[in-house]
Design a protein around this ligand. Structure first.
Ligand code: OSB
Ligand code: MG
Length: 366
């Protein structure tokens, strides 16, 4: 395969409702899509960087910049998706940008070969269960209303975003309203410090599946210390930037469950390696989300169908975030989504909708 170049497309996608986390509130996603143009097929990738460097150091303008200045020119002699990671290795960081380029090349390669991403990654299921990430709200009644609606729609697992002042009482209210049987977990997005250990241990009485990333992304040792005080399993998200990072965090007992986000670790091939090291260590994994469009969502569903993904992921229907998706929307049935079976990621943008939502486009030759 010869890569001719990439089209960078920015799309503005309004959210159905504001999504508030401990690091900020989003009302619209500004998504960078990349289309790899090759001598065989074209392929699509999605960069999950946010508009601002609040979840990680990456941000979407920075991702576009590093792609055009450094990453895309380095792909000149690359002929397979497996070679992308190696070619981009000299450049530090920027995993979300690297992951998007690799995804586009992988999609092109698989489309040309007529193989699905799911089968390429080692999928063992045709459907995946859907979890939903529920943002911080202005009041508890408002939150209970939202959780009640998601449960009625069929979501099989609820994740509550938490922060200091919106944690123990909120979890208690959800347990009181919906009972002890619903699968429930929380995500702090680094909002606490080890000094909050006793406070976080108050969550233990609620039978949560896990507490996601309570401490700073660089504080892996702090999570190991916290895990000795808190009985609820600790699950790292932000801290797990590679398979090596996963091995280290597991060995330190800083994490007993892992959230795998392909963008955060530099792509779907590294995401599979994180899955593999976790499975080898007996650590369950689940697929995280970054409020993706149908492009990233399709690929996440493929990843979530690997055997080590034994917990429901932040894998929700398109309608959770978007009234109009840029692909055919992913619709949940019985709390599950079908794993795309077509070549590559199995979906592509609908041209009219894509054009309508596009805010800028740029062509960069390799
Ligand atoms: O920490 O999991 C997170 C969204 C943006 C950035 C970070 C996170 C999230 C979510 C949403 O929780 C997950 C989704 O896409 O459903
Ligand atoms: Mg998280």
């Amino acid at each position: 395969m010869r890569i001719e170049g990439f089209e960078l497309r920015r799309v503005g996608m309004p959210l159905v409702s504001p999504f508030r986390t401990s690091f900020g509130t989003e009302t619209e996603r500004d998504i960078l899509l990349v289309r790899a143009v090759t001598d065989t097929a074209d392929g699509w990738g999605e960069c999950v960087a946010g508009a601002d460097p609040l979840y990680s150091s990456e941000y979407v303008d920075g991702s576009a910049d590093v792609m055009r200045r450094f990453l895309i020119p380095a792909l000149e002699r690359v002929g397979t998706a497996a070679e992308v990671g190696e070619a981009l290795k000299p450049f530090k960081g920027h995993r979300m940008a690297k992951g998007a380029l690799e995804m586009a090349v992988l999609d092109a390669e698989l489309r040309a070969a007529g193989r699905s991403l799911a089968s390429e990654l080692g999928s063992t299921r045709d459907t995946v269960p859907c979890g939903v990430s529920v943002g911080i709200m202005d009041s508890v009644p408002e939150l209970l209303d939202a959780v009640g609606r998601y449960l009625a729609e069929g979501y099989v697992r609820i994740k509550l975003k938490i922060e200091p002042g919106w944690d123990v009482d909120v979890v208690r209210a959800v347990r009181e309203a919906f009972g002890d049987d619903i699968l429930l977990q929380v995500d702090a997005n680094t909002a606490y410090t080890v000094a909050d250990a006793d406070h976080l241990a108050r969550l233990d009485e609620f039978g949560l599946l896990l507490i996601e990333q309570p401490l700073d992304e660089e504080d892996v040792l702090g999570h190991a210390d916290l895990a000795k005080v808190v009985r609820t399993p600790i699950c790292l998200d932000e801290s797990i930037t590679s398979a090596d990072a996963a091995v280290a965090a597991i060995r330190l007992a800083a994490t007993s469950v892992i959230n795998i986000k392909p963008g955060r670790v530099g792509g779907y091939l590294e995401a599979r390696r994180v899955h593999d090291v976790a499975v080898a260590a007996g650590v369950p994994v689940w697929c995280g989300g970054m409020v993706e469009s149908g492009i990233g969502r399709a690929a996440n569903i493929a990843l979530a169908s690997l055997p080590g993904f034994t917990l429901p992921g932040d894998v929700s229907a398109s309608a959770r975030f978007y009234e109009t998706d840029i692909t055919e929307p992913f619709v949940m049935r019985d709390g599950h989504l079908d794993v795309p079976a077509g070549p590559g990621i199995g979906v592509a943008p609908i041209p009219d909708i894509l054009d309508e939502l596009t805010t800028s486009r740029e062509w960069i030759s390799v």
